[in-house]
Design a binder for this molecule. Sequence first.
Ligand code: NDP
Length: 446
Amino acid sequence: MRYLESIMEQVVRRNPNEPEFHQAVKEVLESLEPVARMNPQWLQAGIFDRLVEPERQIIFRVPWVDDNGKVQVNRGFRVQFNSAIGPYKGGLRFHPSVNLGIIKFLGFEQIFKNSLTGLPMGGGKGGSDFDPKGKSDGEIMRFCQSFMFELARHIGENTDVPAGDIGVGSREIGYMYGMYRKIRNEFTGVLTGKGLDWGGSLVRTEATGYGLCYFMDEAMTAIKGRSFKGSTVVISGSGNVAIYAAQKASELGGKVVALSDSNGYIHDPDGINLDTVKRIKEIERKRIMEYIAYHPNATYTEGCMGIWNIKCEIALPCATQNELDENAAKTLVANGCFAVGEGANMPSTPEAVELFLKEGVVFGPAKAANAGGVATSGLEMSQNSIRYSWSFEEVNAKLRSIMIGIYRNASEAAKEYGMENNLVAGANIAGFMKVANAMYAQGITY
Ligand code: NDP
């Protein structure tokens, strides 16, 4: 449709050198074409034009002092993309690759993901080009405090509620929350992923990985009559999402044989021992290659992309964007992989996604499949508002039912628009409808 093409051209012109942002917008606009045709009133109201432009983009200096007394300066970001259905909500990423384009792609995706959960959350994302690797605990704390010193003026429990992402786990959330509380002199649910003793929710740590498996189990059963039971599973990454995806995949009867980090991957044909992985990654904060010292049958290979050469039936990319390309997709399909669930955000390149859809692979796109993290963050916000905590079983049951609901909504939307089992289109359409309706109802807000 010419109208949507012109919006895409404008996005590229207005946001040069932001390829990840262009990639994310292109995928969404392409699948919204049938929706745009059926709703001319939305074109009239400029819904699409407004959707691709963040409501607010904040860039700030983050100065901090390292252990040698040297002043370091990083760049901080918060992109408040869309608040039509609730306060901005989305994680903070600390990684040297972070730039405005990456935060914008993540914030844009977050709009639809949050909408899919059915909870009242708008879309946002933030972070910094700070590299936590190799930093002392004191350096991490000073950086987090400086970052929050500026961010605090832009967020609030009813305005914008950040969470963790790559490089931001419970330790970083703790340091940032402490600083926010001191600056504002108030104890509110302004961040999610908090510790259990100070407002955190049970299951939040496990939520993205668990949710991914709940979503994929439902999709695989509905589309192929298959499941994790008896399947070999390869998972990239060895961070928060990967570890808890591995745990739930095993609980559901799968055999997880590989994990990775940005240096390389481990392959354990006996099945990955998660106690070892948790000790190495969560307690010792070491590299995944340490695993082979404890498990003699396991091997380590340098280079993280090679992980997709391992034969598997289910692949769960849980590390980072564009980590699974067309060649990797071809190898997976040739090796008999029948399902791919995206735990990371946009881990598959557009060419890989196209191949999976063409080959009839059950493909769970990130904004649907990994929505469990933000859904549980939404549940943490609810618990903070009523100053009460639900049990593990209660939160886990709510998470599971949200993930099954997301699959069904995406699947129905895909069917309604003539693209049965295309969950990419289905998730984009189902997520978009609610936001578009809200934007339309609220008028052109100046
Ligand atoms: P973590 O920081 O806990 O772990 C990230 C993992 O991915 C690490 O193993 C890391 O290896 C690897 N990784 C990071 N960057 C690269 C890279 N450039 N190349 C190869 N491997 C890399 O992050 P999370 O597990 O929280 O996040 C993983 C993905 O899931 C991200 O895409 C994130 O946006 C997405 N996500 C996370 C949610 C959450 O609740 N945490 C919610 C929804 C999505 P290394 O240690 O070597 O850097």
